[in-house]
Design a protein around this ligand. Sequence first.
Ligand code: CUA
Length: 177
Amino acid sequence: MKTDLYERIWIWGVGVILALFFGTLANASIRHGFHPPSHVETIDPRTVFQSAAFRRQGVSVDPAGRVHVTVVGLMFTWMPGELVVPAETPITFHLTSVDVVHGFEIVRTNGQSMLVPGYVSQFTTSFAPGEYLIACNEYCGIGHHTMSGKLRAVPKAEWKAPDVAAQPAEGGDHAAH
Ligand code: CUA
């Protein structure tokens, strides 16, 4: 089969572009560990509040000093409704829903993820000092518009770690203190 010169140029061009795209994806996911915020791990939505990861909600610090936030979404509230975190610090969010799909959005930041019952969503981001609205951006029922919360990012020096034992956010249970 004879292929026209220009057609061959396009075929190779497209091949190179595709290789670049896949290379970028592979680099981001393998070398940098990027992944979509949802569907990271599964959880039984009926036993969320008994699970090691979600038994306690809110802000915690793990033994390595990293800050974690655990939030459960349910019709029509976030648990907990208010979060206080240190500013300019990477915060890892662990989120799940016990009923329907909710959209966790920390307004005017890049912190957002869909919450799907049965899955744990996870993302890490940091905040400039300030107060942020947490909205639900996924229609979840009659009280959808009332589903809001607040995140306050306070200067690191003013932030006090919550007085609770580090939470086994990465799974696995361990005794307090
Ligand atoms: Cu939850 Cu809309």
